[in-house]
Write a protein of this length. Structure first.
Length: 276
């Protein structure tokens, strides 16, 4: 199965209109497994219709790779079953600290960019790859606590990718948000990421507060600065599948398809490749 061009997050709020209209510009969709694992009724039926229409990739919300605890069987068993049912070519989750002792923070807390932390993430990724039987991608997160050296995140991501032989889900909006909140050059950060490690890209909208702190809400339209950084990223990395994430304040499908159209133009202009 080939994942290429522009995809969209498959969310309940737009699922029916997406399935009804099947827009040509949407080449694939991304599913959060936690929305469907071990659920009956309408949920498996909705996923079946989705599978019959688009290639699916899965993006988890639970398995932050920075936790010091191995992920429990109670999560990994049903996750593996669902991923097999969906025939996803890979699975991704976040490079963050999600939980300790079984208690979840319900937030994507940042990791220290240290050697010890890289070892922990490497171990979790290797376990997940073995237990799920799939290639694993780790996503860079946005964070709000000041980091001693924000640019060290790029080196940390690359180091973990090498140690774990893992792929990178590069969230361009998160790089953009962090670059403004923490004061670094987003393009220099992007330049550090090796193209052959990047599996997929994310773009999303964010909120700019009156005090100018930027919050990664996934509840706004993608801004011009993120589109510009995406174009730069695609020029550097070549054609990588791009996902539009919208999780909150979800508008009519037409508005999202307008963003998909703009992403399509940028993708084709930056890479010289077709999204089809
Ligand atoms: Fe993301």
């Amino acid at each position: 199965m080939t994942i290429q061009g522009i995809g969209i997050g498959f969310r309940y709020a737009i699922a029916e209109s997406l399935l009804e209209r099947r827009p040509d510009t949407v080449r694939w969709v991304e599913v959060h497994p936690e929305n469907y694992m071990e659920r009956g009724g309408k949920y498996p039926a909705l996923l079946k219709r989705c599978m019959d229409t688009w290639p699916i990739v899965t993006h988890g919300l639970t398995m932050g790779f920075g936790t010091t605890d191995p992920h429990p069987d109670s999560y990994l068993h049903p996750l593996r079953q669902l991923l097999e049912d969906l025939d996803t070519p890979y699975h991704t989750d976040h490079m963050c600290f999600p939980s300790v002792g079984g208690a979840h923070s319900h937030d994507l807390l940042p990791l220290p960019f240290t050697d010890e932390s890289a070892d922990t993430v490497t171990q979790r990724i290797e376990e997940c790859r073995d237990r799920l039987g799939l290639p694993i991608g780790m996503e860079n997160v946005s964070y709000y606590a000041p980091a001693p050296d924000p640019m060290a995140e790029a080196d940390f991501i690359v180091e973990v990718a090498e140690r774990a032989d893992a792929s990178i889900l590069l969230d361009v909006n998160n790089v953009y948000v962090n670059s403004l909140n923490h004061g670094f050059d987003a393009k220099v950060f992007i330049d550090k990421i090796p193209a052959d490690r990047v599996l997929q890209l994310h773009v999303a909208g964010h909120l700019v507060r009156p005090d100018e702190l930027i919050i990664d809400t996934h509840g706004e339209a993608v801004c011009d600065g993120v589109y510009d950084l995406l174009e730069y990223t695609l020029e550097q990395l070549g054609p990588k599948p791009v996902l539009l994430e919208r999780d909150n304040n979800i508008p009519d499908l037409d508005e999202l398809l307008g963003e998909i159209d703009r992403l399509t133009v940028i993708y084709e202009r930056a890479t010289g490749a077709s999204t089809c």
